[in-house]
Design a binder for this molecule. Structure first.
Ligand code: NAD
Length: 501
């Protein structure tokens, strides 16, 4: 019998149990199971959907400003509980505490933006579109909406979704990652404390059974997904086949181009954080450097070697650490396998992090930073998303060659160019087939009042996540045309199609 604390679900404003299956949540720094997580069955998810459905009519008719005030209150509560929230993230995800703080802050900014929903919900009005006829468009809530989120940002990515959805008058069922659900649950409880009525936000923990119920239940009108590309593609196809509006954000393999004129020390510093921050478990991480010219590649590698030697790897709770463990043992084995494969494929392993030891944490999932030179497009380590602390350098001769590589890659989430040449930067940003582009900015993650999304197989759907696109994703446009004929005026019959001619 497991004596671990049990995490259930949050349905109708109550913490509940549900589902006969369970899994364990581990601390990746120790390798120990710390919590038992109940996996919702179909019935439990249906209860969550029913609660969301019941809460919808009243919430939809709540004045937008009152809904927005809940977001303003939630922002304050998130700030007040920052330490507790980040401790939960680090205990289950492994990222170092300052990185968890960064994630929380980005999440809070999305809550802040959602509190502007009344402004975004303002419609469009045209007077006298015909004789005494006025017309306007308004943006109405969809009903029950749902979100399915990945492990790597357990606070931020859910906050990309449900705050704007509920601020627009929808109700929501969230299915977080089963690897690190505790911080997500605490945020949902804080939302209740902020005044969100029971049933407006429900959280079901679970796996494929829970997700499939959300994808097929006709009461769910829209699904937002963030996770790996194979699952994103499945979510998009299945959700669309069941008549839902779907946005499904997938994986990535982001390239950073370093031009011969770049400020190499600054580029190296930027690349260090982008490649190894959060152990490379970010969809906007930089796992590939495309160096233009051998001299550039040699200088970048020399700089990276110096900086990597200074890196501190250890538990995310210990002050001064740069990088914590990978999220699970299975993921650790997978990433280590990619490093083995890179060696077998003929890339040059310049820094090998496979043997790293963290005293007192021998069972933790620690992998040191790894650096490859001579990575080539045909290699698996070039093509596939590794999602670990593995950076590869690809050598090319020209900017065009670098851009052709990026454009040919299946993913198009993020990219950046390091250069001092404005013309090259402008050509790059104008033409590259990638959704989010940085110039001397390694992680060009849009701020909360822009929207986030990749191109190609990094996003299935039309509208991007959060920002202005989210207000459109979570509402449908209705256009009303109105005329009030004067009393006593008889109007003739008209058989031709009405027009302004
Ligand atoms: P994942 O695809 O394994 O899981 C994401 C969600 O899908 C989880 O809630 C999980 O329970 C659910 N899921 C997993 N398998 C499923 C199945 N067979 N059927 C239905 N649901 C299933 O992703 P992850 O490992 O949690 O997260 C890492 C991935 O997320 C990486 O590929 C990363 O690039 C991507 N990601 C993308 C973005 C983005 O904005 N594009 C942001 C963060 C993470």
């Amino acid at each position: 019998m497991s004596t671990l604390p049990t995490i259930g679900h949050l349905i109708g404003g109550q913490l509940t149990q549900g589902g006969s299956r369970s899994t364990e949540v581990f601390n990746p720094a120790t390798g120990k199971a710390e919590k038992k997580l109940l996996l919702a069955d179909k019935l439990t998810v249906e209860q969550a959907i029913a609660n969301a459905q019941a809460a919808f009519p009243e919430w939809r008719n709540t004045p937008p400003l009152k809904r927005a005030r809940v977001m303003s209150k939630l922002k304050v509560l998130l700030e007040e509980h920052a330490d507790a929230l980040c401790a939960l993230v680090t205990a289950e995800h492994g990222k170092v505490l300052p990185d968890a703080m960064g994630e929380l802050q980005r999440g809070i900014e999305n809550v802040e933006y959602a509190s502007y929903a009344p402004e975004l919900l303002k419609g469009e009005h045209s007077k006298n579109v015909g004789p005494a006829i006025d017309s306007w468009s308004e943006f109405q809530a969809l009903g029950v909406t749902a979100g399915i989120t990945p492990f790597n940002f357990p606070i931020m990515v859910p906050l990309w979704m449900w705050p704007m959805a509920v601020a627009c008058g929808n109700t929501f069922v969230l299915k977080p990652s089963e690897r690190d659900p505790s911080s997500t649950m605490l945020v949902a409880q804080l939302a209740l404390e902020a005044g969100l009525p029971p049933g407006v936000l429900n959280v079901v923990n679970g796996d494929k059974e829970a997700v499939d119920t959300l994808l097929t239940d006709p009461r769910v009108k829209a699904i937002s997904f963030v996770g790996s590309t194979p699952i994103a593609e499945y979510i998009y196809a299945t959700g669309c086949a069941h008549g839902k509006r779907v946005q499904a954000l997938g994986g990535a393999k982001n390239h950073a181009v370093v031009m011969p004129d770049a400020d190499v020390p600054n580029a190296v510093n930027a690349l260090m954080g982008a490649a190894y921050g959060s152990c490379g478990e970010r969809c906007m991480a930089i796992p590939l450097v495309v160096a233009v010219g051998d001299a550039t590649a040699d200088a970048v590698i020399a700089g990276l070697k110096v900086e990597i030697a200074k890196m501190k790897v250890g538990p995310g709770t210990t002050a001064g650490m740069d990088m914590g463990p990978l999220v699970t043992k299975a993921h650790f084995e997978k990433v280590k396998g990619y490093v083995d494969q890179g060696v077998a494929e003929g890339a040059t392993l310049v820094v090998d992090g496979r043997g790293v030891q963290v005293p007192g944490h021998e069972q933790g999932y620690f992998l040191g930073p790894c650096l490859f030179d001579n990575v080539k497009p045909g290699m698996v380590t070039y093509q596939e998303e590794i999602f670990g602390p593995v950076l590869g350098v690809v050598r090319v001769e020209t900017l065009q060659e670098a851009m052709d590589l990026i454009d040919a890659h299946e993913y198009g989430n993020g990219t950046c160019i390091f250069t001092r040449d404005g013309e090259a930067a402008r050509y790059f940003t104008d033409n590259i087939l990638v959704g989010m582009v940085g110039v001397n900015v390694p992680l060009p993650v849009p701020v909360a009042y822009h929207s986030f999304g990749g191109w190609k197989r990094s996003l299935f759907g039309d509208l991007h996540a959060y920002g202005p696109d989210a207000a459109r994703f979570y509402t449908k446009r209705k256009t009303i045309t109105q005329r009030w004929p004067s009393a006593g005026v008889r109007e003739g019959t008209m058989f031709s199609f009405p027009s302004s001619k």
